[in-house]
Design a protein around this ligand. Structure first.
Ligand SMILES: Nc1ncnc2c1ncn2[C@@H]1O[C@H](COP(=O)(O)OP(=O)(O)O)[C@@H](O)[C@H]1O
Ligand SMILES: [Mg+2]
Length: 320
């Protein structure tokens, strides 16, 4: 059984469809990178894991199971217990994720209980300076605040940590350090990680598995090395090829022309079709169901015929 199973999840914010039937699994101890352009639905999916969506969000279809428990159908006390016992979250903006009115030490004790060894937990994220305990969040740098947030999220040794672009708001010098901290603490505690990012190569370097989102669906998922090295969905191939790391290795930069969709209801076909070099008529009006290509699950009508033609960094024409 997966620790996290997301099944055909559909989430709407009033007129905007943020998730359009998303499927995802995270196993015990596994690290999974969830990648996609801005607006693809990563944060909505990540927050749905703990049912932490804003009030305007509505689950229209599907379900989220954490250790078999249906998150959207739990009573409030059961939901609180599930969050406390099994889940941890780290968000993009560390200062906003802490309580601005409380000193760091007091916040940690609130999470950990009165007798908790706050110094120990801060030491684990290399915040040894005793002044940190007495600081308010706004007195910390972004990197320090994020380390406090990581200490809080990991203090209870959750089974699953959801990290939503945890380094996006930080200076580039501290990003690797913060990621190293997240991954080493999770590794030590046996915590699974769902890391939301728009950096496919960075995710592939650290994660066991990768899931690629587009238009509110996971369009490709599988082992990180396979998804990055031998993408099975045209969107993944384009994404892998347009990444700076690929450019640095001499692969031609090929961003995907056009923009991702903003849906207001179910996509009638494949949401990527308008930008896809390989789209044929059926792609516009028939929703792709998952198919297996090698070790990947892919939402593409043409995945089987394209199998040997998609290469990271360039997508040659294939005749229908
Ligand atoms: N609170 C909200 N109210 C209305 N629309 C939202 C809200 N949050 C996200 N959306 C919309 O839902 C879609 C998915 O957004 P999001 O989950 O934030 O994607 P990502 O994290 O990949 O950038 C986007 O079209 C976005 O504009
Ligand atoms: Mg986001």
């Amino acid at each position: 059984m997966s620790l996290l199973a997301v099944r055909n999840l559909v989430i709407d914010y009033a007129e905007t469809r943020a998730l359009d039937g998303a499927d995802l699994d995270v196993g015990q101890g596994e690290t999974v990178g969830l990648v996609g352009e801005s607006g693809s639905g990563k944060s909505t999916l990540g927050s749905a894991v703990g049912r932490l969506l804003t009030r305007s969000a509505r689950r229209t279809e599907g379900e989220v199971l954490v250790a078999g428990e249906p998150v959207f159908d739990l009573a409030p006390h059961a939901l609180r217990k599930l969050r406390r016992k099994r889940l941890g979250f780290v968000f993009q903006d560390p200062i906003a994720s802490l309580d601005p009115t409380m000193r760091v030490g007091a916040q940690l004790r609130l999470v950990l209980g009165r007798g908790a060894d706050v110094g120990f937990h801060l030491g684990r994220v290399k915040l040894d300076d005793p002044r940190v305990v007495r600081s308010y969040p706004h007195q910390l740098s972004g990197g320090m605040a994020q380390r406090v947030a990581i200490a809080m999220a990991m203090a209870t040794s959750p089974e699953l940590l959801v990290a939503d672009e945890p380094t996006a708001a930080l200076d580039s010098q501290v990003r690797e350090e913060v990621l190293n901290m997240i991954f080493s603490l999770a590794d030590g505690a046996g915590t699974s990680i769902l890391w939301l990012s728009h950096d496919l190569p960075a995710v592939a370097r650290r994660c066991d598995r990768v899931a690629v989102m587009y238009g509110g669906r996971v369009v490709e998922r599988g082992p990180a090395r396979e998804v990055l090295g031998k993408p099975a969905h045209p969107y993944t191939a384009a994404l892998a090829g347009s990444a700076p790391a690929a450019a640095a290795h001499g692969v031609r930069l090929e961003p995907v022309p056009g923009r991702p969709p903003v849906l207001s209801g179910p996509s009638p076909g494949c949401a990527f079709a308008p930008r896809c070099t390989f789209a044929v008529e059926r792609c516009d009006h028939e929703r792709p169901e998952p198919v297996r290509v090698r070790e990947q699950q892919v939402l593409c009508h043409r995945a089987a015929e394209l199998e040997d033609h998609l290469v990271q960094g360039h997508a040659p024409e294939v005749t229908a």
